[in-house]
Design a protein around this ligand. Structure first.
Ligand SMILES: Nc1ncnc2c1ncn2[C@@H]1O[C@H](COP(=O)(O)OP(=O)(O)OP(=O)(O)O)[C@@H](O)[C@H]1O
Ligand SMILES: [Mg+2]
Length: 437
């Protein structure tokens, strides 16, 4: 007897746990954020150990997708866990996202509800509410760790300023309250937000600032693999090294050129949508073309339009076509060797009856295409996998490979061919006119 899945949900081919790819999910491990976690625990240690009458503040600053929320929530989760197991004194952990709770009153109401208090929407002033909530926590002889996320919004309002003031002056404002308070305040634009806040608040807030830098390609690779291997969000066999490199290179921040967004949320999103596309086509594996489609759909801020391609000089187009043709030959490959590109380029030129440029100029043209965001290059890998021979040319960096990560190849090939043919034929006409004159 064999099982039939008729009438049942089919098992997914690639995605094993969708929830673990959502941006709210807080993963078990956070590669490359150990320093930020350690620093926070160090600043918060007195509060966590139950000391009263202390206020510890730490500020997180960094661009979108750099792990600020994930780190804060991980710390909140661990502290709660330890308290539940009796390893540390009881502590209240409250996570407040200012996108959702925009006023002083709403923020304190959320903290109150995290304490299990049911607070009416009316009848309290926000000051009374603060006293009530902090009074409640301190009578329970608890400390509190409060995470104030997306605080940029609060900083820009008068009400937000007052909120920070209450936090920073708990002991002066609420003398009868006896508690240790830890505050993690998260900003995306720290300098801009601090400029909005009152000087007195800033000086009492600005304890420690922990920076969250954009992730590099290598760091994003580790983050993506952790989601696959440690978390089991995606079937490991469905993803190749090249796919992960491709996504990480496209999204990763490059400190040398100061380009790339370095946003982990974006990288995970590209992986997720690529997996969905592959599943939609009933494949067992994600292919580079899935990534190109997803990236081209505008998940990244700068996506490439047709005009960027058609406006290229002729030999850049021929070169890009050569790279496209090579990548089309092997669907599972994301990168091709530069030596092969040179040979293919000469071939393409010959087919169009165009004299190829000397190969020594090719690398410079590849760099130009890279600057335009049309190709991506990698170096440092000993040999391209699956290849027995490496073709090298003097003047071309050994071990360098080139790929196209942001445009679907079938689309690109068509645009390039049409545009090259048009350009050559119009040039032919001009020549013809010259001759008849
Ligand atoms: N070091 C990491 N390891 C694993 N996953 C990470 C890491 N950093 C970020 N992520 C994941 O990337 C996504 C974005 O991270 P997070 O929400 O923490 O960013 P953020 O800095 O708070 O961004 P924003 O300013 O937009 O709120 C989340 O899904 C998170 O799980
Ligand atoms: Mg966040």
């Amino acid at each position: 007897m064999s099982f039939s899945y008729d009438g049942y949900a089919r098992p997914r081919r690639i995605i094993l746990d969708e929830r673990k790819l959502s941006s709210e999910y807080v993963p078990l491990k956070l590669p490359h954020r150990a320093e930020q976690i350690a620093e926070t625990l160090r600043v918060m240690q007195d509060v966590i150990r139950g000391q009263k009458d202390v206020l510890r503040t730490i500020i997180y600053a960094g661009q979108a997708g750099t792990g600020k929320t994930a780190v804060a929530r991980t710390i909140g989760r661990e502290v709660k866990d330890k308290a539940a197991k009796g390893k540390i004194p009881p502590i209240l952990v409250s996570y407040v996202n200012a996108q959702e709770y925009r006023t002083k009153f709403q923020v304190f109401r959320k903290i109150g509800s995290d304490c299990g208090l049911d607070i009416p929407r009316r009848g309290f002033s926000s000051q009374e509410l603060a006293e009530y909530v902090f009074g409640f926590i301190s009578r329970r002889e608890n400390n509190a760790l409060i995470i104030l996320d997306e605080a940029d919004i609060l900083a820009k309002q008068k009400d937000g300023n007052e909120l920070f003031y209450v936090f920073s002056r708990v002991r002066e404002v609420l003398p009868e309250v006896q508690l240790g308070l830890g505050l993690i305040v998260i900003f995306r634009q720290l300098d801009e937000s601090l400029a909005y806040l009152d000087k007195a608040v800033v000086s009492s807030l600005s304890g420690r600032v922990v920076r969250f830098n954009p992730y590099t390609s290598q760091q994003l690779q580790d983050i993506l693999w952790a989601r696959i291997r440690d978390e089991g969000a995606i079937r490991e066999e469905a993803v190749s090294e090249e796919i992960i490199e491709m996504i990480a290179d496209t999204v990763g921040y490059n400190p040398d050129t100061k380009s790339g967004i370095g946003d982990a949320r974006m990288a995970i999103k590209v992986l997720y949508y690529s997996a969905l596309r592959a599943e939609g086509e009933e494949r067992e594996t994600i292919l580079p073309e899935d990534v190109r489609y997803v990236v081209n759909q505008g998940v990244l801020p700068s996506y490439i339009d047709e005009e960027t391609v058609t406006r290229l000089p002729l030999h850049e187009k021929l070169l890009l076509l050569a790279i496209t043709e090579l990548l089309l030959l092997e669907r599972e490959k994301a990168y091709v060797n530069m030596g092969e590109v040179v040979i293919q380029y000469e071939d393409v030129c010959n087919k169009f009856g165009e004299k190829p440029l000397r190969y020594t100029r090719i690398w410079e043209k590849v760099q130009f295409l890279k600057k335009m965001g049309l190709v991506d290059t990698r170096t440092g890998r000993g040999e391209t996998r699956g290849r027995t021979t490496m073709i090298t040319f003097p003047g071309l960096p050994a071990n360098s490979v080139v790929g196209i990560n942001r445009i679907p190849l079938d689309l690109l090939e068509k645009i390039l061919r049409d545009s090259i043919e048009k350009e050559l034929s119009s040039r032919g006409e001009e020549r013809g006119e010259e001759l008849t004159e």
